[in-house]
Design a protein around this ligand. Structure first.
Ligand code: AMP
Ligand code: ZN
Length: 475
């Protein structure tokens, strides 16, 4: 498989350090609010990557942190702690909201068929690890105490800006615009590993440390949680593109300073989901969550399908119109699979067709996870000139990666159709079929008159996102 590596800025063959095994780390959510569907775009694409690596026969161990302390409203170490802000908003304790929004996050993930990583570790469970690594960084002269806080000294590195070509000047005027000046820092790019003084009084969670009572910075948690569970060499690190700087840049700085060697070989960054007015955020405009989509009548898997239609390295614009188009395509796909399931004779698996259709699918994903082409490969299976058994086998195999519940959705589709038609008189069903033909022929006058006949029999007919629905009037 080839994967675009943000470190080298090019597509590279993905070769894990230890043959057959992949260590994979994902930056988890900051649990001060619900995840928005932009956050979940990142987790969907990372889930596809993990599933595809497994599908290719690799043994993946995936670890994710839960940020429940230390993430300030500005990534540049200033502002309020996001968790504290969330707790104040809801008049609850930090730990109460952490638990509530961690559970909510995994519920959303389950609705979107996102697998829970093998290890999920909250930052507050690893304070001793953070202190141990920070102490070692001080001993190695990569960190210093100033004004009660501990900072990483970026001037000690040969190269700090690993993902891009930022300079200190860019940083001062652009990337960290609006960030308060912290006079304790020796260099502008230095970042906090441990806070005692900064925002200390308001902080609810604090721990003893060699530098006084305080709390960890955000970046140190990912380095330590990754090393704790995956050891000193990491194959693959994932996150949204906004995490590349400063979060991932800082993770690399402190991990490699601590370990004394290269830490992670491949960096996978998912680009943003935007609204027409710009980057999606939790504080701006309509707060788009999975529950909101459900309230509006969308199946969460339609959102997953919508994400798969675009490449993860392109930013994606969310609009209800775009989601409706995805819903229409998804529903047609399910209806076609449903009719395959109803066929009496399914034949046997045709090896030659099966291999070439499978190759189209794996070629797409081997090419830097081209999910949109993998969906084309799925549609091509439905159109292919091969047995139904071949098609159903391939749909089940592809779905191990795509995670769209294709066969179970198709079974539900058939079950609903049967139970609906069980309660509707044959005469009405026949009229509905005639109306469908009239609409296809664009004979709308006839279609309307058939609708009136259906009403006269006590039934109403509606076009919905899921297709035509017939109900008894008043139900
Ligand atoms: P957070 O909960 O803010 O720590 O973010 C969780 C994940 O969502 C991180 O990997 C972010 O990089 C990612 N993320 C944040 N905003 C977006 C967005 N609009 N589109 C895609 N991913 C995002
Ligand atoms: Zn992280």
């Amino acid at each position: 498989m080839q994967i675009y590596n943000s470190l080298s800025h090019k597509k590279e063959d993905f070769i894990p350090r230890f043959s057959g095994k992949v260590s994979m780390y994902t930056c988890g959510p900051t649990v001060y609010h619900y995840a928005h569907i932009g956050n979940l775009r990142s987790y969907i694409m990372e889930d596809i990557l993990e599933k595809y690596l497994r599908f290719s026969g690799l043994d993946v161990k995936r670890v994710m942190n839960i940020t429940d302390v230390g993430h300030l409203t500005s990534d540049g170490d200033t502002g309020d702690d996001k968790m504290l802000k969330g707790a104040r908003r809801e008049h609850k304790s930090v730990m109460e909201i952490a638990k509530f929004y961690t559970d909510a996050f995994f519920k959303d993930c389950a609705k979107l068929n996102i697998k829970t990583p093998d290890v999920v570790e909250p930052a507050t469970a690893c304070i001793d690890e953070f202190i141990r690594v920070i102490q070692s960084l001080i001993e190695k002269d990569f960190a210093y105490e100033a004004g009660g806080n501990v900072y990483f000294d970026t001037s000690k590195l040969e190269k700090y800006y690993v993902f891009n070509d930022f300079t200190e000047e860019d940083l001062a005027v652009g990337v960290r615009e609006g960030v308060e000046q912290d006079d304790n820092k020796r260099n502008k790019a230095d970042f906090a590993l441990w806070f005692t003084k900064s925002k200390f009084d308001a902080q609810e969670l604090k721990w003893n440390s060699p530098w006084g009572i305080g709390y960890p910075g955000w970046h140190i948690e990912c380095s330590c949680i990754s090393m704790k569970h995956l050891g000193e060499y990491l194959d693959l690190h994932c996150g949204g593109i906004d995490n590349a700087f400063p979060h991932h840049t800082n993770e690399i700085a402190q991990s490699e300073a601590y370990l004394g060697h290269k830490w992670c070989n491949y960096w996978f960054h998912v680009h943003h989901l935007n609204t027409s007015s710009g980057k999606m955020s939790k504080s701006k405009g309509e707060f788009l969550t999975v529950s909101l989509l459900e309230e509006k009548g969308y199946n969460p898997l339609v959102y997953r399908y919508f994400c798969l239609l675009s490449h993860y390295r392109n930013s994606l614009v969310f609009s209800y119109e775009n989601l409706d188009n995805a819903a229409a395509s998804f529903n047609k796909l399910i209806a076609k699979i449903a009719s395959l399931l109803c066929e009496n004779s399914k034949g046997v698996i045709d090896k030659t067709s099966c291999d070439s259709l499978m190759k189209a699918f794996t070629d797409a994903l081997d090419n830097d996870l081209n999910t949109s082409l993998s969906i084309t490969a799925l549609h091509d299976v439905l159109k292919a000139d091969c047995s139904t058994a071949t098609k159903l086998y391939l749909i089940a195999e592809f779905d191990k990666v795509l995670g769209l519940s294709l066969l179970s959705s198709a079974e539900n589709f058939n079950a609903q159709k049967n139970s609906a038609s069980d309660n509707i008189p044959q005469e009405v069903l026949k009229l509905a079929e005639q109306r469908k033909t009239a609409r296809q022929n664009k004979d709308f006058a006839l279609a309307d008159s058939i609708r009136d006949q259906i009403s006269a029999l006590g039934f109403e007919i509606k076009e919905t996102r899921q297709g035509t629905q017939i109900n008894r009037i008043g139900q």
